[in-house]
Design a protein around this ligand. Structure first.
Ligand code: NAI
Ligand code: MG
Length: 360
């Protein structure tokens, strides 16, 4: 079986961690008989922007039309290109135009990783955040009036469609059904008194279709507190775009380092390619030194393989599980990069994971 993958390293440490993901996939090909055909892409980077005045060529969508998935490093180099240009000109276009309406982010505490929370050990934290990825609070609808006068006002709309809300809820309940059969629904219906009660009503409707799944509704403020105080109680958490964004930075922060956190931007219907990327950005402060943690990138590649196999039993699922097992092993025994208190380079950690995966 051969999958076509667009490889977009982007900027900064994206360029350094991507080769480690490809190294891992090479071993997957050998061990599991799954082949990857790569389309290496140098656009969607700030270097490309500096040369061409745009982040991507006009026919970017066409160029990516035949790929099965996109493996993405990170984009952004604020010293030369403002972040809203680099992000809205690349990643956010993929998410919207490829209708990647699910942002799936696992948070898990591994053995060998120092946990910033007291009294937590490996296995205590293991949950999935399902974030709505295309609408909600992140709309571009709004504007400023009477600018520069004493009557200046600004307004930005949140947009929740019935279609968009129901589909993210259904995805999350399906996931909960396959896992521990419990779900936490993030809300703020006490404060945001129009759209959030409406979101709750959609959640209640979808919940009725999944009688086996226990539903826990929580206001976003106390939910953040509970992520820190009792992260062990969560399994699947579903949230709007903004709330999901906040929770999915907080979740990995509770499990040690952003250098471990992977994500999938999914179009579950597979009408368009899905995109897999680490949660972290281009990390200009450590870029170019070969010291970034490659685990988030490698784990993202594992999620991609599982998704390509349809998230069901088969060689792709086996390959995913084997990559995660190799990551677990390397986190437990080392080598570790600096964010985990070690001295190993990006390459050394990537090689160690590949060697464990190869059975060495
Ligand atoms: P960042 O995630 O790049 O870095 C935050 C902190 O975490 C830094 O101290 C960095 O050194 C550290 N860090 C991040 N990844 C690491 C890794 N793999 N190993 C070890 N340490 C790691 O976030 P920041 O600094 O806010 O943004 C930098 C640039 O990245 C900006 O241009 C921003 O817009 C962009 N960005 C891009 C994202 C994407 O492509 N999906 C996501 C977040 C930020
Ligand atoms: Mg974020």
């Amino acid at each position: 079986k051969t999958y076509r993958i667009a490889v977009i390293p982007g900027d900064g440490i994206g360029v350094e961690v991507m080769p480690e993901a490809l190294r891992t996939l090479d071993v997957v090909s050998k061990r599991f008989d799954i082949d990857f055909e790569y389309q290496h892409i140098e656009w969607a980077s700030c270097d490309y922007y500096l040369k061409h005045g745009k982040m991507m060529p006009d026919d970017w969508k066409q160029q990516l039309s035949s790929v099965d998935a996109i493996l993405f490093g990170a984009v952004g180099w604020p010293a030369t290109v403002p972040d809203h240009i680099s992000l809205w000109g690349s990643l956010l276009k993929f998410r919207r135009e490829f209708d990647q309406y699910i942002n799936l982010r696992p948070a898990r505490l591994f053995e060998g990783v120092p946990c910033p929370l007291a009294n937590r050990k490996a296995g205590d934290i293991d949950f999935m955040i399902v974030r709505e990825n295309t609408e909600g609070e992140y709309s571009s609808v709004g504007g400023v009036m009477y600018e520069g006068t004493e009557r200046e006002v600004v307004m930005q709309q949140s947009i929740f469609s019935r279609f968009g809300t129901e589909r993210v809820l259904k995805f999350a309940f399906d996931l909960a059904q396959r896992r521990e059969k419990k779900i936490t629904v993030a809300t703020k219906s006490n404060g945001i008194a129009i759209s959030m009660p409406w979101w709750d009503a959609r959640a209640a409707e979808v919940a009725a279709l999944y009688p086996e799944v226990a539903v826990d509704k929580q206001h976003i403020d106390i939910l953040c507190a509970r992520f820190v105080m009792s992260p062990d109680r969560f399994d699947v958490v579903v949230a709007s775009n903004l709330f999901g964004d906040i929770l999915s930075d907080l979740g990995p922060a509770c499990t040690g380092t952003i250098g471990l956190a992977p994500s999938g931007n999914l179009n579950p219907e597979r009408k368009f390619p899905s995109l897999f990327e680490p949660v972290h950005g281009s990390a200009p402060d450590i870029a170019g030194k070969n010291i970034a943690n490659p685990v988030a990138m490698i784990w993202s590649a594992a999620m991609m393989v599982d998704f390509l196999g349809g998230n069901v039993a088969g060689p792709e699922r086996d390959a995913h599980d084997a990559i995660v097992a190799a990551i677990e092993d390397v986190l437990k025994h080392g080598p570790h990069t600096g964010d985990l208190g070690g001295k190993a380079s990006t390459t050394e950690v990537g090689r160690a994971i590949s060697e464990r995966l190869a059975g060495a």
